[in-house]
Design a protein around this ligand. Sequence first.
Ligand SMILES: C[S@@+](CC[C@H](N)C(=O)[O-])C[C@H]1O[C@@H](n2cnc3c(N)ncnc32)[C@H](O)[C@@H]1O
Length: 195
Amino acid sequence: MGFLSVLSFAHKLIMDRVHPGDIAIDATAGTGADTLLLAQRAGRSGQVYALDIQDEALRLTQERLDRASLTNLAQVSLLLGSHADMKTLIPEHEHGQVSAVMFNLGYLPADIADKRVITETDSTLIALETAIGLLRPGGVVTIVLYPGHAGGEREAAAVESWTASLPSSSVQTVMYRGLQRSEAPYLIAIERKKT
Ligand SMILES: C[S@@+](CC[C@H](N)C(=O)[O-])C[C@H]1O[C@@H](n2cnc3c(N)ncnc32)[C@H](O)[C@@H]1O
């Protein structure tokens, strides 16, 4: 039967934790696959924020949402900007209320995309720190890392060591990784403890 793929495992963590009426964030909208999942889970009464630094990504995300033509999606706000600025982009009264923040690092996976535009270690770490502060108790941050492209290996190593340094009194962390191909994508997840 095989193990779940890294993306499926991330989606499973999200499906277990995002419920109708929830607030969730896609911190790297890209082509919108994660945004759509969050919008489906949060439902009509929910709110999803999708961030990206590229207009093209937000256009592709809107296209995916339109194509899905589902009536029960959450309100989705597409925000052009860096996830490092999440704290100011997300309304203050929702801080501490967010059920999930998804990161899928690397470059926009689209034919016409400029693959030199990638997530950068420094802003990624700022965004991750901010994301934890936005979570509700029991909320989760998922991060899919891509050590296989230029710059990706350094970013993945930095995220891994930053995650390992988080206090176990306030968060729990896990890694989901195949061990035979060091360049294959893998997942880190961080859950804010309930007490
Ligand atoms: C691997 S893609 C995301 C894939 C997406 N989850 C999907 O379903 O297609 C990474 C995205 O992060 C975006 N990105 C890079 N730096 C960013 C930043 N500082 N803030 C927000 N998005 C950023 C890129 O423009 C790119 O679209």
